[in-house]
Design a protein around this ligand. Structure first.
Ligand code: NAD
Ligand code: TYD
Length: 349
C-alpha cells in the first residue's frame, strides 16, 4: 500500500487535504504528522479519524531523531509538507519560532526523505506547500508569476522563502524529486480565528470591534480552502517534478470592502438590521511592514493541470459563515484559553 506523509494535517489547510486524501484514496495510507501547536486541532479531523487508511503521528518536524525514525519505520512514498508557523503577526513578535519550524523543520524533513529514498528516487515526491507572500508586495497592478523574484518582507514570508530555497536546493544538489506550490490567502471552515476572516466572523457574532489595520486598503486574493486542497491533489499526482505552481483565487479584495461585505452577509444571517455590524469596524494601528497587495497569475496550473477555482466568493463566504455559526463548540474551545491572552496582547489599544 502506498504511504503518504502529510505534515500539519491538524491545522486549517492540512485538515482539508487530509480529509480529501483519506476519503478519495482508500488504497493510500495517510499519515498525519502534527505537533499540535496552538493552531493544530484534531477536532478538525473527527469525521475521518477512524478510517482505516488514516494514522495520526504526534511529533515535531524539528525533532531530528523522531523524524528520522518515522521515515525509517514507514518508508513513505511521498510527503506533502504543510506544517508551519503561519501567522504574520506572530512572526513579528517571535521570528525565531518561525525560523525553527519553517526552515529547520523543512530541512529536517528533506534530510530524512533524501536518506530513505537515496537508493532510488523513482516514484517518490517531496511536495512543499508555500505561500505567495515569498514574492513580496505588489503595487496597484501586476500579478505574481512563478518567475517573479523572491522578495519576502515579513519574518513569516522570509522563513517560507528560505524553506522554498532549501527544497529547490535539494532538488538541484541531490536530485530529490520535489514540487512546490505558492498559494494566495485561503479562507473556509476550520481556520484559526487569528486570521482576518474567522476573526471578524467571531467578532461580528459577539458584537466586538472589527480591527482593521491601517486604512484597510491592503489587497488580498482569496481562495476557498477546498479549492486549494483540490489543487494540491492535482499537483501531487500530475505536477511536473522540479516545478513550481502558483495557485490563486482570481479574487482580489481590499480588507475594508471584504469586512463590509462580511458584515452584510452576517446581518442577513443573524436577522440584524442592515448596516448594524458595519458599525463595529474600528481602524487600528497598522501591521509593521504591511504588504500592500498580493495577486496571483494562476495560468500555469490552469494550462497544465486544468485547475481553476470552482467556488464563487459569495458562495464560499456564505458557506464559511454558516460553518462558524453552526460550530459554536469548535470556536468556544479555541477562544476560551490562550487565545484570550494572544488577543489582549495583539489588539491592546
Ligand atoms: P495552520 O497554522 O492552521 O496549521 C499549521 C499546522 O502545523 C498546525 O496543525 C500545527 O500544529 C502544525 N505545526 C506547526 N509547527 C509544527 C511543528 N514544528 N511540527 C509539527 N507540526 C507543526 O496553517 P495553515 O493556514 O493551514 O497553513 C498550512 C500551510 O500552508 C503552511 O505551510 C502555510 O505557510 C501555507 N499557506 C497558508 C495559506 C493561508 O492562507 N493560510 C496560504 C498559502 C500557503
Ligand atoms: P491575515 O488573515 O493575517 O493574512 P495575511 O497577513 O497572511 O495576508 O490578514 C489578511 C489581511 O487582513 C492583511 O492585509 C492584514 C489584515 N488584517 C487586519 O486588517 N486586521 C486583523 O485583525 C488581521 C488579523 C488582519
Amino acid at each position: 500500500m502506498e504511504k503518504i506523509l502529510i505534515t500539519g494535517g491538524a491545522g486549517f489547510i492540512g485538515s482539508h487535504v487530509v480529509r480529501r486524501f483519506v476519503e478519495k484514496y482508500p488504497n493510500i495510507q495517510i499519515f498525519n504528522l502534527d505537533s499540535l501547536t496552538y493552531a493544530g486541532n484534531l477536532e478538525n479531523l473527527s469525521d475521518v479519524s477512524d478510517m482505516e487508511n488514516y494514522t495520526f503521528l504526534k511529533g515535531d518536524i524539528t525533532d531530528e531523531d523522531y523524524v528520522n525514525r518515522i521515515f525509517k519505520e514507514q518508508l513513505f512514498d511521498g510527503v506533502i509538507h504543510l506544517a508551519a508557523e503561519s501567522h504574520v503577526d506572530r512572526s513579528i513578535s517571535d521570528p525565531l519560532s518561525f525560523l525553527k519550524a519553517n526552515i529547520f523543520g523543512t530541512v529536517n524533513l528533506l534530510n530524512a526523505a533524501k536518506e530513505i529514498w537515496k537508493s532510488d528516487f523513482d516514484g517518490k515526491l517531496f511536495y512543499h506547500i508555500s505561500t505567495d507572500e515569498v514574492y513580496g508586495s505588489l503595487g496597484e497592478s501586476g500579478l505574481f508569476t512563478e518567475e517573479t523574484s523572491y522578495d519576502p518582507k515579513s519574518p513569516y514570508s522570509a522563513s517560507k522563502a528560505s524553506s522554498d530555497h532549501f527544497v529547490r536546493a535539494y532538488h538541484n544538489t541531490y536530485g530529490l524529486p520535489i514540487v512546490i506550490s505558492n498559494c494566495s490567502n485561503n479562507y473556509g471552515p476550520n481556520q484559526f480565528p487569528e486570521k482576518l476572516i474567522p476573526l471578524c466572523i467571531n467578532n461580528i457574532k459577539l458584537k466586538k470591534p472589527l480591527p482593521i489595520y491601517g486604512k484597510g486598503e491592503n489587497i488580498r486574493d482569496w481562495l476557498f480552502v477546498e479549492d486549494h486542497a483540490r489543487a494540491i491533489d492535482e499537483i501531487f499526482h500530475k505536477g511536473k517534478v522540479g516545478r513550481t505552481y502558483n495557485i490563486g483565487g482570481l479574487n482580489e479584495w481590499t480588507n475594508i470592502d471584504l469586512v463590509k461585505y462580511l458584515c452584510q452577509i452576517m446581518d442577513e444571517k443573524l436577522g440584524r438590521n442592515s448596516g448594524e455590524s458595519e458599525k463595529l469596524i474600528t481602524y487600528v494601528k497598522d501591521r509593521a511592514g504591511h504588504d500592500l497587495r498580493y495577486a496571483i497569475d494562476a495560468s500555469r496550473i490552469n494550462d497544465e493541470l486544468n485547475w481553476k477555482p470552482s467556488l464563487k466568493f459569495e458562495e464560499g463566504l456564505s458557506k464559511t459563515v454558516d460553518w462558524y455559526l453552526e460550530n459554536q463548540d469548535w470556536i468556544d474551545a479555541i477562544t476560551s484559553g490562550e487565545y484570550q491572552n494572544y488577543y489582549a496582547k495583539q489588539y491592546k489599544s
